[in-house]
Design a protein around this ligand. Structure first.
Ligand code: NAD
Length: 275
């Protein structure tokens, strides 16, 4: 029986990179909000585990975002199993630590392939399907590194700035077909990519209370330079993605939602040297 409650009730959502980290958290929240979620990832075992945890709201498809044929496969399977996808979360991504003077070309191309070419292929293939349906919402997970330059991750920064630009170009193109495209810019979230927790972290810490997990408490303690003095939890990005994916953001397209603990807000002269 289709769900009639929840902020994504009746929608089919494809979430790439949903086998762990932010993607897993997004998949879990979306399913809880009534969506049928296609968990799409190159990590088959972990991806299947996430899909199984979602019960009748989850389905795993092995998917490599760099491969256009794989995109056709994931969109086709989504339609067959759950119905036409109305939401695409381009979340899959890889990091790479290298500054411009030490960057290998193969690494540059690999990062751009996953973080930029992949989401653009997704917008092309899923966007065509959404155009036919006359509606859809695409959320591209960029980064704080797509809003500011970040050293020493030159390829990663370039890929995330590129994705921010591609979001706007696609928003202009697809708006006439009822498809919205927005970018989401997390900063400093505890996931396997950031070398921390491997679990989905479904709640942020309560204000004023120390986290019981010593590793998280340690990471929180390092963040004294930003307005919200702790690292972000995956659920805090999942909630922002939920807003952009759902009809609640019906007048937002081509926009950027930053969720970075206030890191990009500006300068704190009490904590930084002044001229
Ligand atoms: P993660 O490494 O924990 O998870 C990424 C997932 O993407 C993995 O399951 C991986 O298997 C999958 N993936 C990698 N290459 C793929 C491919 N070619 N095709 C399909 N799936 C593939 O990372 P995360 O921290 O959860 O990051 C998710 C997204 O959020 C990324 O785009 C990342 O750049 C972005 N982001 C993360 C942070 C952070 O602090 N964690 C901050 C800003 C932006």
């Amino acid at each position: 029986m289709p769900d009639v409650t929840g902020r994504l009730a009746g929608k089919t959502a494809i979430v790439t990179g949903a086998a762990r980290g932010l993607g897993e958290s997004i998949a879990r929240l979306f399913a809880a909000e009534g969506a049928r979620v296609v968990v799409a990832d190159i990590r088959a075992a972990a991806g299947r585990r996430v899909a199984v945890a979602l019960g009748s709201h989850g389905y795993f498809v092995e998917h490599d975002v760099t491969d256009e044929a794989s995109w056709h496969n994931v969109v086709r399977q989504s339609s067959e199993v759950f119905g036409r996808p109305g939401v695409l979360i381009n979340n899959a991504g890889i990091g790479h630590r290298a500054a411009v003077l030490e960057l290998a070309r193969t690494d540059l191309e690999r990062v751009l392939a996953v973080n930029l070419v992949g989401p653009i292929l997704g917008m092309k293939v899923a966007g065509a399907d959404m155009r036919a349906a006359g509606r859809g919402s695409i959320v591209n997970i960029s980064s704080l590194a797509g809003m500011a330059g970040v050293f020493p991750v030159i390829a990663y920064s370039a890929s995330k700035w590129g994705l921010r630009g591609a979001t706007k170009a696609a928003a202009i193109e697809l708006g006439r077909y009822g498809v919205r495209v927005n970018s989401l810019h997390p900063g400093g979230i505890v996931t396997p990519m950031s070398g921390a927790a491997s679990r989905p972290l479904l709640e942020p810490p309560e204000p004023g209370r120390e986290d019981a997990d010593p590793e998280l408490a340690r990471l929180d303690g390092l963040r004294t330079y930003q307005p919200i003095r702790r690292v972000g939890r995956p659920i805090e990005i999942a909630r922002a993605a939920l807003f952009l994916a759902s009809d609640e953001s019906s007048y937002c397209s081509g926009t950027e939602l930053v969720a970075d603990g206030g890191r990009l807000a500006g300068f704190d002269l009490e904590r930084e040297p002044t001229a």
